[in-house]
Design a protein around this ligand. Structure first.
Ligand code: NDP
Ligand code: X2W
Length: 320
C-alpha cells in the first residue's frame, strides 16, 4: 500500500453495486482520504483497459457478474509479484467459498477484521447469505442449533437484488407484486450459507422478490426438539445472539430486545446495518429468527465499503 491516499478501481462501476460503492466513497474522495480511478466508459469491458487501471490501483473492487469477475481476477493475478500488484475485493458469488480468499464478513468472528485488512483477496458476502449466516453461525457455533439439523430459510428481496436488468424491467413493466423464484433449483447462495454458517447439509432455501426497490428479510423457523435443543426458547436464543455480537466493538449487526410482530422488508432501505430478531411462538414450541437488511447496503455496497476501509488501512469512517 502506498503512503499517499489509496487508489481504488471499481470494475463494474456503472452497475447497481458499483454505483452504490462510488456514492458511499465520494465524500472520502472529496476529503482526500482515497482516490477513485475511473475507466473510459467506452472501454469498460476491455480487458487491457481494465488491467491498466488495476495496475494503478491499491484495491480493485469487482462489481461484475460471476464469469466477468473470474476473468478480472485472472487479470489481477497476472500483476501479482510485480510492482503493480493490486488487492482484490470481489462482490460476486465467484469466490465466496474459494480457498485462499478471506470471507469479507467482519462480524463472523473476532479477528475477522484483521484477516480482511491483511488479505490480498477478499470475497464480499451475498445479500441473502449475510442474513442467514448472521442468524445461524452464532447459534451453530454455540451449540444451540445442531450443524446437521434440517433447516428451511425463507427470504424476500427488493428487485434491485436482480441488478440493472431486473430494476429496469420493474421500472418499465411494473413487475409482479411478489414472486417466488429458483423453486426446485440449487440456488447460488447455498454453498456459501452452508460453509460459513457451519451447516453439515445445505438448507432448503425459498427466495422471493417483491415490487419494492431495496430491502430484505430472511426468516428461519426453528422447532424445539428438531433444530433447537428441547427446552430452549426465544430468550435463550436471543441471549446467545446478543452475546455473540457483543464481542464486537464496531459492527453493523444489532440484536433487537423486543421485536414487533410485523416487519416491513423495506424498513432498513438506505442503511448499511442489519437487525436480527428472535420471535417466540410458545404455542408451536418454536421460534422464528429474522434478519432485516438493505440488500444493497449491508447486503452489497455498504458491506463492500466497510471491507474497502479495512483493506485500505483507513479507520472505519462511520459508514456503518
Ligand atoms: N444487486 C444486489 O443486491 C447484489 C449484487 N451482488 C453482486 O454484485 C455483482 C454485480 O451485481 P449488480 O451490481 O447487481 O449487477 P448489475 O447488472 O447492476 O451491474 C453489473 C455491471 O457489470 C458490467 N459488466 C458486465 N460484464 C462486464 C465485463 N466483462 N467487464 C466489465 N463490466 C462488465 C455490467 O455492464 P452491462 O450492464 O452493460 O452488461 C454492469 O454495469 C454480482 O456478481 C452480484 O451477484 C452482491 C450482493 C447483492
Ligand atoms: C432478487 C434476485 O434476483 N436476487 C439475486 C441475488 C442477488 C445477488 O446478486 O446475489 P448476491 O447477493 O449473492 O451477490 C438472486 O437470487 O440471484
Amino acid at each position: 500500500m502506498t503512503a499517499q491516499a489509496p487508489k481504488i478501481f471499481i470494475d463494474g462501476e456503472a452497475g447497481t453495486t458499483g454505483l452504490g460503492i462510488r456514492k458511499r466513497l465520494a465524500p472520502l474522495e472529496q476529503a482526500g482520504r482515497l482516490r477513485l480511478l475511473a475507466i473510459d466508459p467506452a472501454k469498460r469491458k476491455e480487458p487491457a483497459a481494465r488491467q491498466a487501471l488495476m495496475a494503478e490501483a491499491d484495491i480493485t473492487v469487482l462489481c461484475l457478474p460471476d464469469d466477468a469477475a473470474r476473468e478480472a481476477v485472472a487479470l489481477a493475478d497476472e500483476l501479482e509479484h510485480t510492482s503493480h500488484a493490486t488487492k482484490v475485493l470481489d462482490a460476486s458469488t465467484a469466490h465466496r467459498t474459494q480457498p485462499g480468499w478471506v470471507y469479507g464478513f467482519p462480524e463472523l468472528a473476532p479477528g475477522q477484521e484483521k484477516l480482511i485488512a491483511q488479505a490480498r483477496r477478499v470475497a464480499n458476502p451475498g445479500c441473502y447469505a449475510t442474513g442467514a449466516i448472521a442468524l445461524l453461525h452464532p447459534l451453530v457455533s454455540q451449540g444451540l442449533v445442531k450443524a446437521d439439523a434440517p433447516l428451511s430459510i425463507n427470504a424476500v428481496s427488493g428487485y434491485s437484488g436482480g441488478g440493472r436488468k431486473m430494476m429496469e424491467s420493474h421500472a418499465r413493466e411494473g413487475g409482479p407484486a411478489f414472486m417466488l423464484y429458483a423453486l426446485g433449483k440449487a440456488h447460488k447462495h447455498l454453498p456459501e450459507i452452508s460453509l460459513r454458517a457451519g451447516l453439515a447439509h445445505p438448507p432448503l432455501f425459498v427466495p422471493s422478490v417483491g415490487h419494492f426497490p431495496q430491502g430484505m428479510v430472511v426468516s428461519i423457523p426453528l422447532h424445539q426438539g428438531v433444530q433447537l435443543a428441547p427446552g430452549l426458547g426465544g430468550a435463550e436464543v436471543r441471549d446467545a445472539l446478543a452475546r455473540f455480537y457483543n464481542q464486537f466493538t464496531t459492527h453493523g449487526v444489532h440484536v433487537l430486545d423486543q421485536p414487533q410482530p410485523t416487519m416491513v422488508a423495506e424498513g432498513l432501505a438506505g442503511r448499511d446495518d442489519m437487525e436480527l430478531a428472535v420471535h417466540s411462538v410458545p404455542e408451536a414450541k418454536g421460534v422464528v429468527l429474522t434478519a432485516r437488511l438493505d440488500n444493497l447496503g449491508k447486503g452489497a455496497s455498504g458491506a463492500a465499503c466497510r471491507n474497502i476501509m479495512l483493506m485500505a488501512g483507513l479507520e472505519n469512517s462511520k459508514m456503518i
